[in-house]
Design a binder for this molecule. Structure first.
Ligand code: SAH
Ligand code: SF4
Ligand code: F3S
Length: 438
């Protein structure tokens, strides 16, 4: 039945990727099978991001393009979910008359009902936030995914209110999932053959801090590591201020915890960090990085950086460059500051032109490319333990991840998928490594 096909496009972060998997699962129960072709899908959904103005613009452009699929005689349903939906709500229905449904970040569980309404021609918007006690029981589960590595949500929302950030407004208050539910999900995944779990949340290292009955994030990691069948644990994303010594210690004595961490600094200047309301200093950040590298040889750090925050001087920017040189990020995601509606920073005056901000971004990215290249080359000749996840891009190649999270491609028989192998690195690229099976 071609009209019962679901085409979904996902923007933004891993939370959205994960939510899209929940949506696919829920709509499969209504008879919608996933498709990669929007032209004959009965339903088109956009799961959106509003973290920067550009991300939001992209969604509107895409929505304009989707109009062509709403032709006479076809009954496509078009819906928008995620962070732009949360931010704009019903206004989207007015702005885009061919849009059928808008669902916010707390309303995934209402989607099946909303789709039934849309099938009857009723347009609907649901963007109310749900109370914390009800929210914990409203996690639709994910089925039908057969990857070796899976996300497991440990917390949702964010209470940090960094002055530039819209996430707390569009994802709501921080809530930690019950550890019993998390562990039950991890055990279930292990039974299905999953070997790696990525614990997911906007700020996972504050997990459990507001609920006395729950373990800390470090304790949770140790409990997950006790699950038989789970061989690797990663987590994302972390806030430096909540990086405890207890968590750092896990990198030293929990072998299943991979030696890779995403620890966004956002800036290397204390003056800027203060205006960003980040709650740590350059020195305390660097101290945590030093401790991490000391407990775990080979530890790699990735991060996020914002350039051109209001009031960022050339000296502030240079402090960001020197911080990068000290940390030596293996990968760095960097962005030009973008004022977001409702945030504190949006009230601050901006002195830099767009051109000046982009010039700084380019300088930063040029530096980072050099650091990534050097780290990547340092793997040449080394032996890496690779979890083989699937076919590589080239025929005859398999692909997997090293402990550091680096993608490693090598020639071997597909029978090795789902196992760990030793691979000697023979070529280093910017985003991946090439090796040969030992
Ligand atoms: N919770 C995550 C970040 C989520 S947003 C964390 O704290 O690590 C992902 C990244 O987008 C942020 O780390 C930041 O670098 C960037 N970002 C957020 N708001 C932004 C803004 N207004 N302008 C530019 N970049 C922004
Ligand atoms: Fe945004 Fe800060 Fe929360 Fe991350 S920790 S989501 S940057 S408010
Ligand atoms: Fe974007 Fe929402 Fe994630 S704003 S970064 S999709 S939480």
């Amino acid at each position: 039945m071609p009209d019962k096909q679901l085409y979904i496009e996902t923007f933004g972060c891993q939370m959205n990727v994960n939510d899209s998997e929940r949506i696919v699962t829920m709509l499969a129960d209504l008879g919608y099978a996933p498709t990669n072709d929007p032209s004959d899908a009965g339903m088109i959904l956009l799961n959106t991001c509003s973290v920067r103005g550009g991300a939001e613009e992209k969604v509107y452009k895409r929505l304009e393009n989707l109009r062509i699929y709403k032709r006479d005689g076809k009954s496509q349903i078009i819906g928008v979910g995620g962070c732009v939906a949360q931010q704009e709500g019903e206004a989207l229905l007015r702005k885009f008359p061919y849009l059928d449904l808008v669902f916010g970040t707390h309303n995934l569980h209402l989607l099946p009902d909303m789709v039934r309404d849309a099938e009857r021609g009723e347009r609907r918007s649901e963007t109310g936030f749900i109370d914390n006690d009800r929210r914990l029981d409203l996690f639709p589960s994910i089925k039908g995914q057969s990857r070796l590595s899976r996300f497991v949500t440990v917390m949702q929302g964010c209470d940090n209110f960094c002055s530039y950030c819209i996430v707390p407004f569009v994802r709501g208050r921080e809530i930690s999932r019950r550890s019993a539910d998390i562990l039950a999900e991890v055990r279930q995944l292990a039974d299905e053959g999953v070997m790696e779990v990525v614990l997911l949340g906007q700020n996972v290292n504050s997990y459990g801090l507001k609920t006395a009955s729950e373990p800390t994030f470090a304790e949770l990691i140790r409990q997950v590591a006790d699950v038989t069948g789970i061989e690797r644990i990663r987590f994302t994303t972390s806030h430096p201020k909540d990086m405890s010594d207890e968590l750092i210690a896990c990198f030293g004595d929990v072998p299943k915890l991979c030696g890779q961490m995403h620890l966004p600094a956002q800036s290397g200047s204390d003056a800027v960090l203060k205006r960003m309301k980040r709650g740590y200093t350059r020195d305390s950040y660097l101290e945590k990085v030093r401790k991490l590298k000391a407990v775990r040889p080979g530890m790699v750090i990735t991060g996020d950086m914002i350039v051109g925050f209001p009031g960022e001087t050339e000296e502030d920017f240079e402090l960001t460059l020197t911080l990068m040189a000290e940390v030596r990020y293996i990968d760095l995601f960097s962005f030009v500051y973008s004022p977001r509606p409702g945030t504190k920073a949006a009230e601050l005056a901006e002195e830099l032109t767009r051109g000046q901000k982009i010039e700084r971004l380019e300088r930063l990215q040029e530096r980072q490319r050099g650091i990534t290249r050097e780290i990547s080359r340092s793997y040449l000749g080394t032996l890496q333990k690779v979890m083989v996840e699937g076919e590589g891009k080239r025929p005859g190649q398999l692909s997997g991840k090293a402990d550091s999270g680096r993608i490693v491609n090598f020639s071997a028989d597909s029978g090795l998928i789902g196992s760990f192998v030793d691979v000697r690195i023979i070529q280093a690229y910017q985003n991946s490594l090439l090796g040969e099976l030992v």
